[in-house]
Ligand binder design. Structure first.
Ligand code: UGY
Ligand code: MN
Length: 252
């Protein structure tokens, strides 16, 4: 068979530091508790990430055959990027559409199934860092109901904060939206990690010293201290959802 295109990739992987995984390079994994679902594991400890994140493409009849979670200390987050999903957490059931999300506190179990249409989920597992006297709680949300906040006084960069500003939580999820001409106001360098999934548009992303073109469907893992920044290109809105560890001191 003749290969039409030269074999090349936008993937940039520096284990322990950062990774850009373009959509076209993703592979599908079989996971024991998922049926009729293409599961791609994005960030994982093998890469150097402190968490696991997945992109799950569920067929109309895709579902979990056994719950995720239940291990003590594991918190999870699920964001519906396309379609409609019925989700059950500890006996509580809700239907979420595009923009819907749920955070499950340590030890909770989650089950989900597509509601007859193809659905895409961004899914996340992380080991919770306990804080004496505090416990995070189950959070259901819908980004459509959250207000955009201006970032750094700029009229073309906005964010939404998906989880409560409470010290009990050790992780945050946010959406960053770059309107035409929008960019970070400075190149960030920080201890927190990010798992970022691009929801729409195209941009240029700085990771360490290299700018790379990125677009909808790409995943970026930013490890501790990787210099990072972005700007939108092409005139359309550019946005991504990302995780950020928070509210904890560093153990020595
Ligand atoms: O809050 C953040 O750390 C975020 N602005 N970083 C990023 O978008 N790479
Ligand atoms: Mn950052």
């Amino acid at each position: 068979m003749k290969v039409e295109k030269l074999l090349s990739t936008r993937a940039r992987i520096v284990p322990g530091y950062y990774a850009l995984i373009p959509q076209e390079g993703r592979l599908e994994n079989v996971l024991p508790n998922l049926e009729n679902c293409k599961a791609s594991i994005m960030a994982a400890p093998k890469l150097g990430a402190g968490f696991v994140s997945y992109v799950l493409q569920m067929q109309g009849d895709g579902r979990t055959t056994a719950p995720f979670g239940g291990e003590s200390g594991i918190e999870m987050f699920l964001y519906v990027n396309e379609g409609m999903i019925s989700i059950t957490v500890e006996g509580e059931q809700k239907k979420l559409e595009k923009g819907g999300y749920v955070y499950t506190p340590p030890g909770a179990k989650i089950e989900f199934e597509s509601c007859g249409i193809q659905s895409e989920l961004f899914f996340y597992k992380n080991r919770y860092i306990p804080l004496e006297g505090k416990e995070p709680w189950l959070v259901w949300g819908d980004v459509e109901k959250l207000e955009w906040e201006m970032c750094d006084g700029m009229d073309n960069l906005f964010s939404k904060k998906l989880l409560p500003s409470d010290i009990a939580f050790d992780i945050g999820f946010h959406i960053l939206l770059f309107k035409k001409g929008g960019c970070h106001s400075f190149v960030e360098t920080h201890v927190q990690e990010h798992g970022a999934y691009i929801l729409q548009g195209q941009g240029m992303y700085l990771l360490d010293t290299t700018w790379s073109p990125v677009e909808k469907g790409d995943f970026i893992w930013m490890g501790s201290y990787v210099p990072q920044g972005a700007y939108a290109i092409g005139g359309d809105d550019f946005s991504y959802i990302f995780s950020k560890d928070c509210n904890r001191d560093i153990e020595l």
